[in-house]
Ligand binder design. Structure first.
Ligand SMILES: Cc1cc2nc3c(=O)[nH]c(=O)nc-3n(C[C@H](O)[C@H](O)[C@H](O)COP(=O)(O)OP(=O)(O)OC[C@H]3O[C@@H](n4cnc5c(N)ncnc54)[C@H](O)[C@@H]3O)c2cc1C
Ligand code: SF4
Ligand code: SF4
Length: 525
């Protein structure tokens, strides 16, 4: 191994046509390729550069880099599903870099003054319906392009799922507010308590001089279970339960709670029920443990807090001892499940002896998915799928109506925050093209990805596992609605950031040429 000395750096331009700011003439950066983290991030965040800025203690620089492609860093730093970490090359050395926790650190520690309003340079204005991640991102991008942007939001406060149902112990209101305040400061106007289709029609919006409309109304109806006994007292659906709990309208939940469903929402419901004082919380779902749609870390957190899991069970009917209130659930065991290309699930029931299973329950909360609500939108001209989602051209966000675009869960039925943001961004590009009289075409850039194989990892690289993010203990956590994750301290964040291999910049030297400059050696050895 050869170690060269070099000057401190972090700002590596991503565009291949821009001359790279490199250590010295001995550098072989690959600015025309993607590190896997940025390639799989739905927003293509410039992960290596913001992490290098943190590694050098420059938090202001880090948050500025993050904000170039992400208007919701406080939110994504807490609840993004972070596919970036699944693909991170550092996992071939020991464990992935804590990319998401570092984003949260930058957002919390890099807080600065609100930005000034963006000067209006375009005459046209855009109406955005819905202020969830998709609507907020599109509005942010459009106001930055100089358009007037008005968001119409049905709820009392903006934020969509972020403020209506995601529990405070995962995403505190202040974190959401911090991001939304910046978007408002740029000049986006948010009008709450306006349900489009009820309080104002799409026609009326067009008459108010909006040149384009973005539908970003999410999928906010909880699906119920259509089995005998579904109307018994004591049975609730997930989103109303989470919304009531978030607004502190449920004082306590007593007895044994059974949550039906195996996804992220079911985990949020189960952990909320624990915090509301349930004696026991059980999750029953169709899938086997390995196929549960909830992410592993969500299941692990729920297990730590005391949630019990019962996979491979299909509810058949609710039981009631007094004929009025639920007292249990009868299940059949499931032998296999499968999901089709449209996300519809099917399953096979076990037959014969041992196939029946019953569970007592004082409260049942059904968390088996969401549905869309397009009431009041122009049914004759806005084409929907059989599942009630708005049909779009996925490359552009165009709907069947001229000048009307759609993004987020209303087009997919189920998504994630960063994917919805990316869809909002794509729609904003298309809206800009549409309002500029250009053809609406979004070309997705494809780049080679720098992927490290385990056999390429040199033995001299120091093994250093990911810094665990400080958190409340499980015992403490279930007694409070406080955020469970406490976030990194300054030095923990710097240490963690220094684990990054800075793949786009340094992988060639570290993994191909076996030579390190002084900076990289200091960071990785
Ligand atoms: C309980 C729960 C937990 C989740 N946790 C995570 C997580 O941890 N990580 C993750 O990545 N994803 C998570 N998701 C998924 C993620 O939140 C969604 O994919 C994302 O919020 C979708 O964004 P959106 O902008 O399309 O819609 P939404 O966030 O649903 O926002 C839509 C907005 O439109 C408004 N609206 C609806 N109809 C109208 C109308 N007619 N007129 C005006 N306004 C209207 C609604 O009030 C709402 O504010 C979770 C989802 C749920 C339900
Ligand atoms: S937005 Fe999500 S996927 Fe993208 S870098 Fe941040 S945590 Fe990773
Ligand atoms: S090591 Fe750093 S640059 Fe490489 S994939 Fe992981 S976070 Fe990205």
């Amino acid at each position: 191994m050869v170690v060269y000395s070099a000057q401190t750096y972090y700002s590596v331009p991503r565009k291949p046509e821009t001359p790279a700011f490199i250590h010295r003439e001995r550098c072989w950066p690959e600015v025309d390729k993607y590190s896997p983290c940025e390639a799989v991030c739905p927003l293509n965040q410039d992960v290596p550069n913001y992490i290098m800025a943190i590694a050098q203690g420059d938090i202001k620089k880090a948050i500025d880099i993050i904000r170039e492609t992400n208007p919701l860093p406080s939110i994504c730093g807490r609840v993004c599903h972070h596919p970036c970490e699944v693909e991170c090359n550092r996992k071939e050395v020991d464990s992935p870099v804590a990319i998401q926790a570092l984003k949260r650190f930058a957002a919390d520690w890099g807080k600065d003054e609100l930005p000034s309003p963006v000067p209006r340079t375009r005459e046209a204005k855009v109406a955005v319906i819905g202020s969830g991640p998709a609507g907020l991102t599109a509005a942010h991008d459009l106001v930055n392009k100089g358009y007037g942007v008005d968001i119409m939001e049905a709820a009392q406060i903006p934020g969509g799922v972020l403020t209506s149902v995601i529990p405070d112990f995962l995403l505190p209101a202040e974190a959401v507010q911090a991001d939304i305040n910046r978007i408002k400061a740029l000049g986006v106007r948010i009008h709450c308590n306006i349900r489009v289709g009820r309080d104002v029609s799409m026609d009326a919006i067009a008459r108010q001089g909006f040149g384009a409309v973005l539908i970003a109304i999410g999928a906010q109806k909880s699906a119920g279970l259509n089995i005998p006994g579904s109307d018994l007292a004591g049975i609730a659906t997930a989103l109303p339960f989470l919304a009531e709990a978030k607004q502190r309208r449920i004082e306590a939940v007593q007895g044994k709670v059974v949550v039906i469903g195996g996804g992220a929402v079911a985990m949020d419901v189960a952990r909320t029920a624990l915090r509301l004082g349930a004696d026991e919380v059980h999750v029953a779902c169709l899938e086997c443990r390995a196929d549960m749609p909830a992410y592993d870390w969500e299941i692990e957190e729920a297990v730590k807090e005391g949630v019990n899991f019962h996979p491979s069970l299909a509810p058949q009917q609710f039981a009631s001892r007094n004929g009025n209130r639920v007292s249990g659930i009868d299940f059949k065991r499931v032998t296999s499940t499968s999901v089709d290309s449209e996300g519809r699930m099917s399953w096979t029931l076990m037959e014969g002896a041992g196939s029946d299973y019953s569970m007592d329950a004082d409260v049942v909360i059904v968390a088996i998915g969401q549905a869309t609500d397009t009431t009041g939108l122009p049914a004759e001209s806005l084409k929907l799928t059989g599942r009630g989602t708005v049909i779009i051209n996925p490359a552009t966000g165009e709907t069947s109506m001229n000048g009307v675009f759609a993004a987020g869960d209303i087009t997919t039925g189920r998504g994630t925050i960063s994917e919805s943001m990316a869809a909002g961004r794509r729609a904003a590009i298309s809206i800009d093209q549409f309002l500029s009289g250009q053809p609406v075409t979004t070309v997705d850039e494809t780049r080679e990805i720098i992927k490290i194989k385990p056999e390429q990892v040199p033995s001299y690289l120091v093994r250093k596992e990911q810094w665990e993010v400080p958190r409340l203990s499980a015992r403490q956590a279930i007694t409070t609605t406080r955020e469970v994750s406490l976030g990194y301290t300054f030095w923990q964040a710097v240490e963690e950031a220094q684990r990054c291999l800075n793949c786009r910049m340094c992988a060639n030297c570290v993994f191909e040429r076996g030579q390190l400059c002084f900076d990289t050696a200091e960071r990785l050895l």
